[in-house]
Design a protein around this ligand. Sequence first.
Ligand code: IPE
Ligand code: IPE
Ligand code: MG
Length: 257
Amino acid sequence: MQKLPEQLIIEGKEYNAGDLFVELIPKHVAVIMDGNGRWATMRNQHRTTGHRAGAETLKLIVHTASKLGIKAITAYAFSTENWKRPKLEVDLLMMLLDKYLTEEIDYWNQNNVKIIFSGDETALADKLQKKMKNAVKTTANNNGLVLNLAINYGSRAEIVRATKKITQEVLEGRIVLEDLDEKHFGEYLYTSGLPEIDLLIRPGGDMRISNFLLWQIAYAEIWLTPIFWPDFNPELFINAIRDFQKRDRRFGGLNSK
Ligand code: IPE
Ligand code: IPE
Ligand code: MG
């Protein structure tokens, strides 16, 4: 099997990825970007400082992922449950998303990254919705990595939304109930058109899914680390891919190795 080049250079630093197999690179990686608040609190700083640092980490990981040949990253930025947080934190998170979508467009275009979103955007400020539309439009012709940002995303809400859409189409006679299968159902989810999720990464030490991609991670490999997201880095990401390549994915069958 073909191996990756010995050294990967990411933002001027060298990383060793020469033992990774090209054929076994995951196509789609999902990341629960968790631990920003605790990272900041540990440093006696406001939680928002952690969110800011986390945004930088995402940039670095997207860069690493595209160098590794990963096709898509779905990153959990704001959940449908995160509205429960104090208004100040929610407002600052929204401001940060707005800023990120403004400042990073050139970077994504230079790196051939295509932006898409998952989640209910209708609950977001008009200004932010416009930025999201603009990010999608401006990067639509890029054919490198797809960065799917999950904003106001909740997996249960996504499944209910899909069910409603399907029901509507059945009522209108546009689909026949008997034709509905798993593949077809998946086309009504935000992730439609993206490859299956191969790997789910959760930093921050918690061992739960937090309403993220419940349908899509049916057979994803899970990789956890206690490291907080702002301290997550290309080396850890490469480690996650290395571990992934050693997993025996049986999909309910028998050993594949
Ligand atoms: C993840 O970090 C970012 C969002 C949920 C927006 P947290 O803010 O959850 O950080 P912790 O888990 O409290 O440390
Ligand atoms: C999950 O983290 C959501 C995001 C990273 C955006 P949370 O911090 O909201 O998850 P819980 O509350 O610990 O489950
Ligand atoms: Mg958290």
